[in-house]
Design a protein around this ligand. Sequence first.
Ligand code: AMP
Length: 291
Amino acid sequence: MKYFESVKEYLEFRKTVTDKKIGLVPTMGNLHEGHISLAQRSMEDNDFTVVTIFVNPKQFGPNEDFARYPRTMQKDGDDLKALEMRVHKKDSTKEIILLAPQSINEIYPEGFSTSVKVNGLTDKLCGLNRPTHFEGVTTVVYRLFKIAQADRAYFGQKDYQQFKVIDRMVIDLEIPVEMHMCPIVRDQDGLALSSRNQYLTPPEREKALVLPRTLKALSFLIERNPWSQALEKVTKVRAEALRDSKWQYLQFLDADTLEEINDNTRTILIAGAYQARGARLIDNILVERNA
Ligand code: AMP
């Protein structure tokens, strides 16, 4: 595994790479099995996997957890080395490059004044409660794309809207990178893994299971009923669920466009955000429309 703390050093290295495929896995660190699954997938597809660790201040709102976001560089490095060792048992040519810029200036040099904003897709779902979030995400991911110069990039379905927003940016700005979405990794109890889960006390966590459980129940209804019949049932379940004011949203949308479901909808996105006391949690399920 190679380790770079400076973008300049990475760029020197990058110049030496000519005939290898590079996969990029952008993260904010505090790695868990969800992140590792993205890196593993990238290692299967590419010669080099660039995992970036950068807690991006631009994607946090003023009252959010930027200052206390868990930073666990030593363990993250160890976990990536362990992954590399596992992969090497099958193929020792694959390599991880950990790029962990140590200062915000590395990504946003003095005077940096540009931002990348995708319109439309960012106005809904998480965009309603976090109005500046996606602009921060697309700005940092654009920078990381330019720096890493990767062939492919890997993101989790966990942040489905984020994937769609970045994908839109890639299309609109003709960024030469292939986008890949990887499945959500969950704990045994069904809660999607997230660095923020550790902010929850055990009773809060138990309560927060209402998020994956509700999404699952809704997806069953959609799978097992023609949409015309499912609609009535899911509307009822949704209304019942929303009596708990901790839900920030619980929505069914066309997974492709993030617009309302219509006759052309093939895949339905069921997405929810739940504000537990310690952490705001998001989750989603994709389900094929049944007739
Ligand atoms: P983060 O460090 O939270 O910015 O996440 C970095 C990447 O990991 C994003 O593409 C996330 O969607 C992805 N990710 C986070 N949690 C999970 C999970 N439970 N399963 C799969 N991917 C995840």
